[in-house]
Design a protein around this ligand. Structure first.
Ligand code: NAD
Length: 269
């Protein structure tokens, strides 16, 4: 019997799913024990290594999440909001750590995770990279140090397949800026400008989403005042940074008390 945690990856065929499978199989701190895809997907029933175009990994893609979770200590889930809610209930039933990278969840969907977090560890973050989580801390500090003479704008760019906007990371950065200023993001967020919008409202936090090509993820937090500007920037050039962060979270969560955590907890920032 090994003490190396067994990991299940959901959304196996996705951009992040495939990156996570590589990261887990390359790691000597975790074992890949299951991979899940949605029912009807042509990867279901195939060896996941072969489906990815490489050598067999001895793990068959399944559309039965509970059966897979029952063999595991952690589930790493970068899929879609409705799927993530279903996986949260099943991961809690199997007492697996549930690492959630899925973005675009509504407030109601986030609240619906609460019952699962009474029985199991959930680590959820709109961005799992060390660099972005540091940027979040810096944003909070800079926003706290500056007054509303500095207009805050969050500018993000992603590949053309991305389905939600602003990105989960942009919202994390907006929340951090609002927290630094001692205000609620919902009261100051300006999420779309088009047409005759009128002058910018003092204290607002603006969001802009660029979508194009294969951009992995770029985020600027701009603090613009008369006569000077500060720009905090993170550029992701490789999805591996998110997968490494997610695996770190899955390992960190082993033996922790049930509840909801984020990457600030995992990274001890
Ligand atoms: P993708 O579309 O390439 O992959 C999504 C995968 O989920 C697909 O394989 C799809 O079949 C699968 N899926 C959907 N519903 C399912 C279900 N019910 N059961 C099993 N599988 C299901 O998308 P992606 O680029 O890999 O991104 C996935 C999510 O991760 C998005 O929400 C994205 O914003 C987010 N993301 C988060 C981070 C982070 O650090 N938190 C980083 C990158 C992407």
């Amino acid at each position: 019997m090994t003490h190396i945690p067994g990991i299940v990856i959901t959304g196996a065929s996705g951009r992040m799913g495939q990156m996570l499978i590589k990261t887990v199989t390359d790691s000597d701190q975790a074992r890949l024990v299951g991979v899940v895809e949605r029912a009807g997907h042509d990867w279901v029933g195939q060896d996941v290594g072969v489906a990815m175009g490489g050598p067999a990994l001895g793990v068959t893609v399944t559309d039965d999440p509970l059966e897979a979770f029952a063999q595991a200590q952690a589930v790493i889930d970068f899929t879609a909001p409705e799927a993530t809610l279903e996986f949260a209930a099943l991961a809690a039933q199997a007492r697996c750590v549930h690492v959630i990278g899925t973005t675009g969840m509504t407030e109601e969907q986030i609240e619906a995770l609460e019952p699962a977090s009474r029985h199991a560890v959930i680590v959820r973050a709109g961005n799992m990279s060390l660099g972005v989580n540091l940027l979040v801390q810096l944003t909070k500090k800079v926003a706290a140090a500056l007054d509303e003479d500095f207009d805050i704008e969050v500018i993000e760019g992603h590949h053309h397949h991305k389905v939600d906007a602003p990105s989960g990371t942009a919202l994390m950065l907006g929340e951090a800026a609002a927290e630094g200023r001692g205000v609620k993001l919902v009261d100051v967020a300006d999420r779309a400008r088009d047409g005759i919008t009128g002058a910018r409202k003092r204290g607002d936090i603006g969001f802009h989403a660029i979508r194009g090509g294969d951009i992995v993820g770029e985020h600027d937090v701009l603090f613009a005042a008369p006569g000077e500007r500060i720009v905090l920037r993170h550029l992701a050039t490789d999805r591996a940074i998110f997968a490494r962060g997610a695996l770190k979270a899955a390992l960190w969560g082993q033996g922790k008390a049930p509840g909801q955590y984020d990457m600030v907890d995992v990274l001890g920032l």
